[in-house]
Design a protein around this ligand. Structure first.
Ligand code: OOG
Ligand code: MG
Length: 253
């Protein structure tokens, strides 16, 4: 299988907001090849001038694994064009079949070279915030295998980050919720993110080291959702609230 060709297909699907058939329907490929396709697809974005701003973790909760039928932790890359300012508009026309999910986000204060132990992570974090991730699988019907979704940069397309708070280790049992036009659409607990969102950050340092992906000062790391993701609809005010960390919003137009 031509990995670069697959990467370009996925990149164009995102650019044109046109879904494609699952890659694994045509060819089998390994998880390492899937991560290579992801790297090559992101390289297309970076060649167009986009900047890496961090990493996202996926399937760090049972709710997400069950929703999508995939049972392994995954990671993907975030770029600057994916950022939506807190309170700004998100244009539905730019997406294929977007869903959103409340998350917790870490801000990195110091370059990370190699895996960092859970107890040493404080040294590398200077902020924690409530965030929303928009995911938009490039595959028809939002259906994929583990290899497909990894190649597809773990469905990432957008993120909004709320006000940064001082880092705290006490984020293990925070209520997390998402509302559409003031109506609750999803509710969970940060305990569902590997038992503690800091463990998701730890896993990010392990996986980034394994795949030789740098984590730099200023980068953000999304810990993964604790609830199922919900399809976006037009004219919707989307808000995520995490107990103690505050809220973040955007408006779907
Ligand atoms: C894959 C992305 C999973 C999360 O927070 O678990 C993810 C998907 O559900 O399409 O972002
Ligand atoms: Mg997510």
């Amino acid at each position: 299988m031509d990995l670069l060709e697959a990467a370009k297909k996925l990149d164009q699907a995102a650019v044109l907001a046109q879904p494609i058939e699952q890659l694994t329907k045509q060819n089998e490929f390994t998880l390492d090849e899937a991560y290579e396709i992801q790297r090559l697809a992101i390289a297309e974005r970076l060649d167009r001038g986009e900047k890496l701003i961090g990493l996202k973790m996926g399937f760090t909760s049972k709710a997400k694994m069950q929703q999508m039928g995939v049972h392994d932790m995954i990671w993907g890359r975030l770029t600057d064009t994916m950022l939506i300012d807190n309170g700004a508009n998100a244009e539905l026309a730019k997406y294929i079949h977007p869903r959103s999910e409340p998350e917790i986000c870490f801000r990195i204060s110091k370059d990370i070279n190699g895996e960092v132990a859970l107890e040493d992570l404080d040294e590398y974090v200077d902020g924690i915030a409530t965030a929303i991730e928009i995911i938009d699988s490039r595959f028809e019907n939002f259906k994929f295998s583990l290899e497909d979704v990894v190649a597809d940069n773990c469905s990432s397309i957008g993120l909004a980050i709320g006000e940064w708070q001082k880092p705290s280790r006490e984020i293990k049992e925070l209520q997390m919720s998402q509302s559409f036009n003031g109506e609750n659409v999803a509710e969970g607990s940060s305990a569902d993110i590997l038992g503690d969102p800091w463990k998701s950050l730890q896993a990010a340092t392990r996986l980034a080291a394994k795949y030789k992906e740098p984590i730099k000062a200023g980068h953000v790391i999304m810990a993964g959702a604790a609830t199922a993701a919900i399809f976006l609809k037009p004219d919707t005010q989307v808000e995520a609230i995490v107990e103690k960390l505050g809220s973040v919003q955007f408006h779907v137009v």
